[in-house]
Design a protein around this ligand. Structure first.
Ligand code: XMP
Length: 528
């Protein structure tokens, strides 16, 4: 669990000179984050807040408009979450999506009832009034429906502006730039969804689109300077993009008041530690202390086979190694972390909203609150793709910015069974072949992750005239939008053939390669 999670509920307002903001009131839809991302892609700053945030707090954030998300409930469920009725008195434009539309209809005096059957999936929608949300769009639109209730009676002042074969009110429009839609504009299955959101943001809310990475860098640098003053900051680098971007931002703000600590745990991909340290010290001129901790991690992992136990061991060792080093360095009062907005959302959302945790995710930055360091988290309002844009505008090289995600416990959870030096070396070399071939074929950037797993299975093979009995390596290549769901990538057979041939030829003690064809769910991306 990251420190952000320990400090749940502490999310303050975003960095100084807030850009124009739209709030998404979250009622628990699996798509809530996606709505926020789509809005930001349209260059409007957007935050996800609990659906029942008091109206005074909503008003205090001075939003240009509100989006009421979908949710699993029906407006009549006893446990259903309703917004503070005061939000309707703020005079703001509102877009209610799915459950959000039913809330709007119910709360403003209309009538909602259970549909005879759930409508789920693609539908052809006919637009009956082509202004507002549908301005500039064709009169027939493919949309993605997912709802149980329907609107029987519109609230006063509202009219139906689109219908489908099953929904007489697929969309409704009312005064003050308020709309309700029964479908999901944020998913790819509603191809013109972004244009509808754009119409809402720029047409109804009057936004101009002032959210961009360049502007963010200036604001963040000013905010870090204000927060840190003359004090010293330490930052744990993990080798990944988030901590590198966070460190670069802090460094831009306070220069040599920052010292980075890189704990080399021996569980990283080939060449990773050297590459990050090289870029940040040579190009960015940062101070980095490298802690050689490979032996210590190996010793702590000896005999550990349980995946969750591996995570705990890696987390614990990291904290001790980092603690010792910062104790040695002394004098820092701030800790910079690359916490991202999805972590913040997850840690502040009520339990019922948070997606069920399948694995204890260990992030290298996840340090205990007991460290008594104050936090600098310049990326806590950004999504991953925005972090990449910020990294780019800070001048970090492409290969570092567009690196695929890598789990905090590293290769320890890609060696199934006991982690030994030899088995780590085997999986690292196989992994390197996978990455190399994916890059060579131009597919590396097109998938979410591509990597090797060392299975605990040995199989019989024949090499030259000899019988072998050696390791089986699995290759996992997946596509995904955010790691929450994933599908195995339909990589051309020729690429798989090259990967397999090279692993068997170049990695000692491997004689067989298999390709993982499971999606998530029911599998997960990592094997452990
Ligand atoms: P799973 O295996 O849960 O992975 O489908 C989803 C995404 O999360 C990454 N992952 C982790 N990241 N610490 C991390 O920082 C972890 O313990 C961890 N476990 C999985 C995984 O690589 C994938 O991108």
């Amino acid at each position: 669990m990251s420190l952000a999670a320990v400090r749940a509920g502490s999310a303050a307002a975003p960095p100084t000179a807030t850009p124009e903001t739209v709030l998404v009131l979250d009622f628990g839809s699996q798509y809530s984050q996606l709505i926020a991302r789509r809005i930001r892609e349209l260059r409007v700053y957007c935050e996800l807040v609990p659906g029942n945030l008091p109206a005074a707090e909503v008003a205090a954030r001075a939003p240009r408009g509100l989006v009421l998300s979908g949710g699993p409930a029906s407006v009549y469920d006893p446990g259903a979450i309703h917004p503070d009725p005061g939000i309707y008195e703020l005079g703001l434009p509102i877009l209610g999506i799915c459950y959000g539309m039913q809330l709007l209809a119910h709360d403003l005096g209309g009538r909602v009832s259970p549909a005879g059957r759930r409508e789920y999936g693609p539908a052809a929608m006919v637009v009956d009034r082509g202004d507002g949300l549908f301005s500039g769009l064709p009169s027939e639109l493919p949309v993605w429906m997912s709802h149980g209730d329907v609107i029987d009676e519109l609230p006063p002042g509202y009219e139906a502006v689109a219908h489908t074969a099953n929904s007489p009110v697929a969309a409704m429009a009312g005064p003050m730039g308020r709309f309700g839609i029964q479908f999901h504009p944020e998913v790819a299955h509603t191809p013109q969804g972004s244009e509808m959101l754009r119409n809402f943001l720029y047409g109804s809310c009057g936004c101009r689109g002032d959210w961009a990475p360049e502007g963010f860098v200036q604001r963040a640098v000013a905010e870090i300077r204000r927060q840190v003053g003359e004090e010293r900051v330490i930052c744990a680098l993990s080798g990944g993009v988030d901590s590198a971007v966070a460190a670069t931002l802090v460094h831009r703000a306070v220069g040599d008041q920052l010292t980075c600590v890189f704990v080399d745990n021996g569980l990283l991909r080939r060449g990773e530690a050297d590459r990050v340290i090289d870029v940040l010290t040579r190009n960015m001129r940062m101070r980095i202390e490298r802690v050689e901790a490979q032996e210590r991690f190996l010793a702590a992992l000896a005999g550990v086979v349980d995946p969750e136990e591996k995570r705990r061991v890696v987390g614990r060792e990291f904290i001790s190694a980092f603690d010792e080093e910062t104790g040695r360095l002394g004098g820092a009062t701030f800790l910079a972390q690359g916490t991202l907005y999805p972590d913040v959302i997850e840690s502040t959302a009520p339990d019922t909203f948070a997606a069920h945790k399948i694995k204890t995710h260990h992030n290298v930055g996840g340090l205990p609150a007991g460290m008594r360091l104050r936090l600098v988290e310049p990326l806590r309002y950004l999504f991953k793709d925005e972090v990449r844009q910020v990294g780019q505008s800070l001048g970090l090289p492409d290969d570092l910015i567009h690196r695929q995600p890598f789990p905090g416990p590293g290769l320890a959870i890609r060696v199934i069974g006991e982690v030994t030096r030899e088995r780590l070396e085997t999986v690292r070399n196989a992994d390197w072949v996978v990455i190399d071939e994916m890059k060579r074929s131009g597919l590396y950037g097109k998938v979410w992750q591509s990597f090797a797993i060392l299975t605990p299975v040995s199989s019989v093979g024949v090499m030259g005239d000899f019988r072998t009995y050696a390791n089986v390596v699995a290759v996992r290549i997946v596509t995904s939008e955010d790691g929450m769901t994933a599908d195995w990538a339909r990589v051309p057979y020729d690429v798989l053939a090259d990967i397999s041939r090279r692993i068997v030829n170049e990695v000692p003690s491997v004689n067989r390669v298999v390709y993982d064809i499971s999606s998530k769910p029911p599998s997960t991306i990592e094997w452990e």
